[in-house]
Design a protein around this ligand. Structure first.
Ligand SMILES: C=C1C[C@]23C[C@H]1CC[C@H]2[C@]1(C)CCC[C@@](C)(C(=O)O)[C@H]1[C@@H]3C(=O)O
Ligand code: AKG
Ligand code: FE2
Length: 371
């Protein structure tokens, strides 16, 4: 009997389906032994965060009011944070708390659906949209203790119905209201991300509108993350150490806590703030800044008692746009690539981790050698 088969007998919640395990949270929560597939190595678990990140949040009020002095302060704060670790939080961002609460409520309802219903809309191999339980169809070890539900949002469409139609097509007409809430949330996140991209442009000393324009016709991904409680929370991770391959990530976490970033050589916890959005620089923006801004190294831990949820908006440029820094730079840190290349790499060839970008660059040099 192989070790996975013996795990199955010990852990009735793990059923084989198409070669993967099934993340049945109602059974897993009661289980005292952590299935081996969810164990993470010591080096990824070690150094529990002792500290909380103390950076003050960036206040966007002045940006929206056109107060130049406040804009300069915000740009300087962003610059310092992105040079140091690629992470900051924003407050007074203009997003109505009603839409944030409504989106959390809908995602909570989604994760409460029967497992069979969620599995009906499972992510297809190579695709980013749909439901995934611990990514168990894709990976065999170091499974993340989470479920995710993801869908795409086209920036250029403006107020439209693409998210509503997608949600209705996979979940049925009863989910029209959920679709409308997600659609509105995505529109709001797109507007917020474009405002942040303006500030990022200023902070890097390039044309204020440069990155804003570059992302105006982008195609982002919205995702809900569900981290059930885990009796052996210290042995697993909700999301392992990684930097996001996309450009920017805008995240709203509930009140439970679990997000940590690696800064000043240690893991530091990000205390939840309902009035703030978390912003991470991702690998693609790191390349767009010619390596000046750091792609943020982060992870999510789970806990023994409480379910945790987060809403994530992964900002991407249009698929075929060339990723390259705006100015003529003396020495390019990364070759030209497209988001479609990097997405393909993370979906078909490589599991995103702490060194995605450098491995991608190597892969690209073999698959698409540059002149
Ligand atoms: C291009 C992507 C791959 C992931 C989803 C988007 C942006 C973030 C990536 C991810 C979250 C980084 C950590 C590992 C991952 C597998 C995950 O835990 O979800 C990544 C995503 C994915 O491939 O689903
Ligand atoms: O849920 C969180 O706090 C982090 C999630 C994350 O890093 C991701 O989805 O990429
Ligand atoms: Fe992430």
């Amino acid at each position: 009997m192989d070790s996975s088969a013996s795990t199955l007998i010990l852990c009735p919640s793990l059923n084989r389906e198409n070669g993967g395990v099934v993340f049945d949270t109602s059974l897993l929560e009661k289980q005292s032994n952590l299935p081996t597939q969810f164990l993470w190595p010591h080096e990824d678990l070690a150094y529990a965060a002792q500290d909380e990140l103390k950076d003050p949040p960036v206040d966007l009020q002045g940006f929206f009011n056109g107060d130049q002095q406040a804009i300069n302060v915000a740009a300087a704060q962003i610059r310092a944070a992105c040079l140091n670790h690629g992470f900051f939080q924003v407050i007074n961002h203009g997003v109505d708390s009603t839409i944030v609460c409504a989106a959390h409520k809908q995602i909570d309802e989604f994760f409460k659906l029967p497992l069979s219903r969620k599995l009906d809309i499972k992510r297809k191999p190579g695709a980013l949209c749909g439901y995934s339980g611990a990514h168990a169809d894709r990976f065999a070890t170091k499974l993340p203790w989470k479920e995710t539900f993801s869908f795409a949002y086209q920036h250029a469409d403006g107020p439209g119905l693409d998210v509503v139609n997608y949600i209705k097509s996979v979940l049925g007409n009863d989910f029209e209201e959920a679709g409308c809430v997600y659609q509105k949330y995505c529109e709001t996140m797109k507007d917020l991300s474009l405002a942040i991209l303006e500030l990022l442009g200023m902070s890097l000393g390039v044309d204020r509108m440069h990155y804003r324009k570059y992302f105006e016709d982008g195609r982002s991904i919205m995702r809900g993350n569900n981290y059930p409680p885990c009796k052996e929370a210290g042995l697993t991770l909700g999301t392992g150490p990684h930097s996001d391959p996309n450009s920017l990530t805008i995240l709203h976490q509930d009140q439970v806590g679990g997000l940590q970033i690696f800064s000043d050589n240690k893991w530091q916890a990000i205390k939840p703030r309902p009035d703030a959005f978390v912003v991470n620089i991702g690998d693609t923006f790191m390349a767009l800044s010619n390596g000046r801004y750091k792609s943020c190294l982060h992870r999510a831990v789970v806990n023994k008692e409480r379910v945790r949820r987060s809403l994530v908006f992964f900002v991407n440029p249009k698929d075929d746009k060339i990723v390259r820094p705006p100015q003529d730079v003396m020495k390019r840190e990364y070759p030209d690539f497209t988001w479609s290349d990097l997405r393909e790499f993370t979906q078909n060839h490589y599991r995103a981790d702490t060194t995605t970008l450098q491995n991608f660059v190597q892969w690209l040099s073999f698959t698409k050698p540059q002149p």
